[in-house]
Design a binder for this molecule. Structure first.
Ligand code: NAD
Length: 414
């Protein structure tokens, strides 16, 4: 099939490369010239395991451009642009609307417009007015669908080829049939629904995952005071099939470009329609307090932090990615800077992105970090299991086993 992708970030690039490797002809559009140039020379603008190799492999089937007119022959157009938070937490739809404007100008013969960006229920259908601007009618001249994305950064290519499920919300029968055909070889449950339901499944999914993390952090904070290791608790409850062990790794909370913004967007929408979402509000509150526990425990061992050299291991919001959006390292670094600490930081992949936010801190090797007065572990990269912490004060936010050998060891909630 001829597929167009609008927005070549984490989701768009993986979706494009994924469908290209399955034999489709894919053209990806982005407004960022640098990104396009990189992609067309076989370089990936993001770090994602296996992506660079895959991009080279699909050379004949995948092309990137800044020109939306190149999507004139696309039978399916996936919209994968960002949907960030506004100041008040509600969803900012300006990129999605702009993409719909662009699409409205190139509509010709029937094609399906698929919103893959995470959008609050009601958004996809609200785009119809924009898409119909040039006398084209939804359900007749073009189809409309919503196909939420569930990939996890760090394993997103694998998640593309082996998803847990595929959700397709469609406006018209023809869109549903075309998407069912596109996904026919994917061996997983497929759920067909209306558009609003598909939109809501994504929010419920991310809210539930955030709930699991804030829940175990709450339990962990109690455990810490009681002298209990919360990881033993996670194991003990995780064997219960109704609970499951995944997403019960207590620590300094969740970050990334999705959970915080999506839960906040659902809170904002919920308030707007007259329901106060108390549980969701608490999930965010717990998550915002959790990283600050690092400073509390650090001060237990070094009460006056001014002028002290503190090392940070891990800047990405999770391992195997270079993404630092909403990383828990951000509030921690801000707090340490307020205390006039000399910060030395290391991350295997995310230094470049973190430097854009905090150019004033020192970036160095893990060996240099080991010479700091104390070390904060913020991301559970595998390589942190191979360091020798025996001479250090370590405040561990991610349960690194080797760090337990430290001279002074403090777990965040264990
Ligand atoms: P991103 O910020 O990495 O990428 C968005 C891209 O869209 C950027 O490259 C930007 O330049 C481009 N863009 C913006 N407006 C455009 C336009 N009019 N035309 C062409 N390109 C345009 O975002 P992302 O992380 O890929 O997320 C995209 C969407 O998918 C969001 O709604 C997000 O919530 C959702 N999502 C993300 C993930 C994830 O792990 N990153 C997972 C599931 C769902």
């Amino acid at each position: 099939m001829n597929i167009g992708i609008i927005g070549l970030g984490y989701v768009g690039l993986i979706t494009g490369v994924g469908f290209a490797s399955l034999g489709n002809k894919v053209i990806g559009v982005d407004i960022d010239n640098n990104k396009i140039n990189k992609i067309n020379t076989g370089e990936t603008p993001i770090y994602e395991q296996g992506l660079e190799e895959k991009l080279k492999e699909v050379n004949d089937n995948f092309r990137a451009t800044t020109n939306i007119n190149d999507l004139k022959d696309s039978e399916i157009i996936f919209v994968c642009v960002g949907t960030p938070s506004k100041e008040d937490g509600s969803i900012d739809l300006k990129y999605v609307r702009r993409a719909a404007e662009d699409i409205s100008k190139i509509l010709g013969s029937y094609r399906v417009i698929v919103i893959k960006s995470t959008v609050i229920p009601g958004t996809t259908e609200s785009l119809i007015k924009i898409l119909e601007k040039n006398d084209k009618k939804v359900g007749e001249d073009f189809g409309l669908a919503m196909n939420p994305e569930f990939l996890k950064e760090g394993s997103s290519l694998k998640d593309f080829f082996e998803p847990d499920r595929i959700v397709i919300g469609s406006y018209d029968e023809k869109s549903k049939e075309i998407l069912a055909e596109l996904y026919k070889d994917f061996n997983c449950p497929k759920l067909f629904a209306n558009i609003k339901t598909a939109e809501m499944i994504k929010y419920a999914s991310n809210s539930f995952l955030g709930t699991k993390i804030s829940f175990i952090n709450e339990i962990g904070n109690i455990c810490k005071k009681l002298g209990i290791d919360v990881y033993a608790i996670a194991e003990g409850i995780g064997y219960d099939k109704r609970i499951g062990r995944e997403f019960l790794n207590a620590g300094i909370g969740f970050g990334g470009s999705c959970f915080p913004k999506d839960i906040k967007a659902l809170i904002a929408k919920s308030n707007e329609i007259g329901h106060e979402p108390k549980l969701l509000q608490e999930i965010i509150k717990i998550n915002e307090k959790q990283p600050l526990k690092k400073i509390e425990f650090l001060k237990k061992h070094i009460p006056n932090l001014k002028g002290k050299e503190i090392g940070i291991l891990g800047l990405a919001f999770k391992p195997e990615t270079d993404d630092v959006r909403e990383s828990r390292a951000i509030p921690i670094v801000k707090e340490l800077l307020k205390e006039e600490v000399i910060i030395k930081a290391y991350d295997p992949k995310a230094i470049g992105n973190f430097k854009k936010l905090f150019p004033q801190i020192k970036y160095c090797s893990p060996e240099e970090i080991l010479n700091s007065e104390a070390i904060l572990i913020l991301t559970n990269w595998k390589e942190f299991e191979n360091l020798d912490y025996r001479k250090n004060i370590v405040i561990d936010g991610r349960g690194i086993l080797k760090a337990k050998e430290a001279k002074i060891y403090e777990g965040i909630c264990w």
